[in-house]
Design a binder for this molecule. Structure first.
Ligand code: 13P
Length: 250
């Protein structure tokens, strides 16, 4: 793949604003000459300081979630407009923890993707099957449903701003990475879904990231696969040295 690979760190509910800016200051010099783009998604409370720390570096800061409405009576929620004004560039949507722990459905996720695009944020749309679904051989049905419902009513022009992330739920935080064969097989299936819904050109240009127990030890093999354009990293993105190693190897 000739497009620039993306290494995105999803910090989940970790790090205070002080820890976040410390991390970014430590990370920046280590990845100065990396070929891959480095994305980091801190918690909402750390976004402002993270943007300040990432100024004049090649680190891109994003959020882990947002609401689909622009404003109103939605206690505890954050809008895309608020993120954009802060200087945020991307937003993770449909993460399996949002789907399974917070019961977000495909239609809500789709509305968020549409809003993020309208607000000028780049969505990282996550899809992935559970262990049970894989065992019942439902992986492709589940991915097709999450993908098609997630990108409904999105034009080809807007689609070029979307990043997809395949995160098998059984590989998240379990230390159980999908083998590079399983990941590649699934990514190539997703690539075909993009052609089916949009076209070949969009499919070729769209990044598909792999997520689920990515570490410095397995990133190179994953990145060698034709249809893996980057990685979405949880646990191993919390320590700047291991995250830097992943960015530099990707
Ligand atoms: P781990 O890398 O900790 O498995 O988490 C993956 C993930 O959920 C990234 O969004």
């Amino acid at each position: 793949m000739d497009k620039k690979s993306i290494v995105a760190g999803n910090w989940k509910m970790n790090k205070t604003h002080k820890e976040a800016s410390e991390f970014i200051k430590n990370l920046a010099p280590l990845i100065q000459s990396a070929r891959a783009s480095a994305y980091i998604a801190p918690s909402f409370t750390a976004l402002h300081d993270s943007i300040t720390a990432a100024k004049d570096t090649n680190i891109i800061i994003g959020a882990q979630n947002m609401h689909d409405e622009t404003d109103g009576a939605f206690t505890g929620e954050i809008s895309g407009g608020m993120l954009k004004t802060l200087g945020i560039e991307f937003v993770i949507l449909g993460h399996s923890e949002r789907r399974h722990v917070f019961q977000e459905d495909n239609s809500f996720i789709n509305r968020k993707v549409i809003r993020a695009l309208k607000d000028g944020l780049q969505p990282i749309l996550c899809i992935g099957e559970t262990q049970k679904e894989r065992e019942e051989k439902k992986t492709e049905v589940v991915l097709e449903e999450q993908f098609f419902k997630g990108i409904q009513n999105i034009s080809k022009k807007d689609a070029s701003n979307i990043i997809l992330a395949y995160e098998p739920v059984w590989a998240i935080g379990t230390g159980k990475t999908a083998t590079s064969e399983i990941a590649e097989h699934t990514h190539s299936f997703i690539r075909k879904l993009i052609i089916k819904h949009f076209d070949k050109e969009i499919s070729k240009n769209m990044h598909i990231l792999y997520g689920g127990s990515v570490k410095p030890q397995n990133v190179e093999e994953l990145m060698q696969q034709e249809n893996i354009d980057g990685v979405l990293v949880g646990g191993a993105s919390l320590e700047y040295k291991s995250f830097a190693e992943i960015v530099n190897k990707a």
